[in-house]
Design a protein around this ligand. Structure first.
Ligand code: HEM
Ligand code: HEM
Length: 217
């Protein structure tokens, strides 16, 4: 067994900050859209608190994404942008071989110390979904927050184009798409760890993966 350090601190921290804030954003968002609980009395301001948590987590989530995008350019080779957008022949081959593996058409996963080609590209599409969620979020935000041009720029311009009903709908749909991603993502992570015995799930906590020596170079 060879142990290799793959995920640097910012990759791991942003991962878990995203997990926690997305969980809080989904719970508070569902409440905002369809209040499922009542405050103890008329002074409890439950909706106000939910909205406050939603907006606070939105800002933390955005900050985390900015840090992670910065790390595309300064991080180690497993964290860089070219691990997400396949530009080299090697990454394309890895992507296709991974897809064939998941389609039961290939026996082994290609050796990928960092993200597989398929995982990287999936995370890139996920990041695009995050950006749309943020833009539709700021479109809704611009309705209730003074500040003018900045909220218009970040998403408010979509209000007259799509209408607020469509924007709420998109904000919901993207949440559900993210939730579908998470279910599959957690399933694959746990499944790969059990099959490959590579410590994959631990890697996103401690940074290290284990490889059979025959693969290591
Ligand atoms: C809201 C929930 C989650 C989201 C949005 C999410 C998203 C992501 C993203 C974007 C990456 C790429 C990391 C990077 O390079 O920056 C990643 C990696 C990873 N995540 Fe998650 N994740 C979530 C929850 C979880 C959970 C609960 C687990 C635990 C089983 C997990 C396990 C992993 C592992 C093991 C990796 C590295 C896998 C690889 O090499 O591709 N994730 N996740
Ligand atoms: C993963 C991230 C997010 C999820 C899952 C999420 C989810 C939701 C949901 C389900 C709603 C209810 C929509 C409705 O029926 O009116 C909502 C409302 C809202 N969200 Fe998000 N949201 C996220 C990120 C954001 C971000 C980044 C912002 C940016 C500021 C934001 C701002 C808002 C606003 C302003 C509302 C409407 C609040 C109101 O009408 O009082 N959200 N969100």
């Amino acid at each position: 067994m060879a142990r290799e350090y793959i995920w640097e601190v910012p990759v791991r921290v942003t991962h878990w900050v995203n997990v926690i804030t997305i969980l809080a954003l989904s719970i508070t968002g569902l409440y905002i859209g369809d209040p499922f609980a009542q405050g103890a009395d008329e002074h409890s301001m439950l909706m106000g608190k939910m909205r406050f948590i939603h907006f606070l987590c939105a800002y933390i989530f955005i900050a985390s994404l900015i840090v992670r995008v910065y790390w595309w350019f300064v991080g180690n080779k497993y964290a860089r942008l070219d691990q997400f957008i396949p530009v080299s022949g090697e990454r394309w081959k890895n992507l296709i071989d991974t897809a064939l593996f998941y389609g039961f058409m290939k026996k082994d996963l290609p050796h990928s110390p960092g993200h597989t080609g398929l995982a990287g590209l999936t995370y890139f599409f996920l990041m695009i979904l995050f950006v749309f969620e943020i833009m539709t979020g700021f479109a809704l935000y611009s309705q209730s927050h003074a500040g003018g041009a900045i909220w218009t720029l970040l998403g408010g311009w979509m209000l007259p184009v799509l209408g607020q009903g469509m924007i709420r709908f998109l904000h919901h749909i993207i949440m559900w798409l993210i939730i579908v991603f998470v279910i599959i993502h957690v399933y694959i992570s746990v499944h790969n760890q059990l099959i490959e015995k590579n410590g994959l799930v631990w890697s996103i906590f401690n940074g290290y993966k284990n490889f059979q020596d025959s693969h290591h170079h």
